[in-house]
Design a protein around this ligand. Sequence first.
Ligand code: ATP
Ligand code: MG
Length: 364
Amino acid sequence: MYEKYFSLSRKPFELIPNPEFLYPSRSHRKAENYLDYAVREKAGFILLTGEVGSGKTTLVRHLLRKIGSDVRISKVFNTKLKPEELIQTINEDFGLETEGRSKVHLLKDLNDFLIEQYAEGRRAILIIDEAQNLSPDSLEEVRMLSNLETDDSKLLQIILVGQPELKEVLSSPELRQLRQRISIHCHLQPLTLSETEEYILYRLEIAGDREAVIFSPGAMELVYRFSKGIPRLINIMCDFLLLSAFAEETRYITEDLVLEVAGDTQFEGQFHIENDLLLQKRYRAPEVESSPSAQPVSEKGDLNFEWNMEKGEKSAGSEEAETIYLDEKDIVFSPQDRRTPVREENIQEGFMSRIRRFFMQEIF
Ligand SMILES: Nc1ncnc2c1ncn2[C@@H]1O[C@H](COP(=O)(O)OP(=O)(O)OP(=O)(O)O)[C@@H](O)[C@H]1O
Ligand SMILES: [Mg+2]
């Protein structure tokens, strides 16, 4: 709709995982290198995780484009499948007949196919996207597939791709064996502020003109802040921004326009926006004295995370557990006096990483 106005050949901020637009952020480059290495070196099991909308599927599609004819690939994108349906889907994607085959036969067909490929010097890779949705039974089935091997080589390389919950699913005791097989794990990080800027310009360039719109530095910072560097959220916001700029017949994206668009899109619950932030624009955390302490903190029940702008506090807690407080460097403070830092070793494992994940991108 607005492409013509901005002299763009296509929409720069669509939500489809189109690898043509892949911007090589530091984290995406690193993950790509790991995946390349894993495919080349025939690492058995590879895990790729990342927050919702961080670019996992886009990266996988990019990888698929690069893979040569000496590799056979089966891709599974629908993971709400029973174990038997999973094997069926895998075989179908390898081009095998599955009609009326029992699970035993499906597994035999797959094994025969993999041996044939191996004998002909081809590699076989299975990519499972959205793997966080796989049931423990299906994951166990995937583990069994990783057992298919000759005396000296794995017959199937498996790449599991999923949201951070996947790591939690894999940490359950009954999946220990699978976990132990994962030889490479990479996690896609959100973009930094400068990467967010480069990302936006890069996508505009691929769509036809890097300078189609001009962001003021403050506007760019706000896009980063609202999206927390998550590419899908950046895309949603920038698409709205271009639409609004088009409506106002301007090529300049100002802070006010970002705040307006952020307010308009907030109802969808996609952005991490505090109403206060929209009014206040800037916020500074208070100075906090630090001294060592050893207050144990543990996670009980569902955690709530809060950011109280007025008091300048971020907190995490639940009805059962005492609320804890964090400073701007995400140092956890004791529930008692809110000024004494808690040593990390006193914080229940898992709890800290959840807190970090939650606050990681909050900038002040
Ligand atoms: N490095 C990148 N360069 C360009 N575009 C990107 C990049 N990373 C993500 N995107 C874009 O962000 C959007 C979301 O990406 P994608 O669907 O790959 O995320 P995801 O991690 O697979 O999300 P989900 O967890 O929902 O499956 C897409 O429009 C995609 O093109
Ligand atoms: Mg995806």
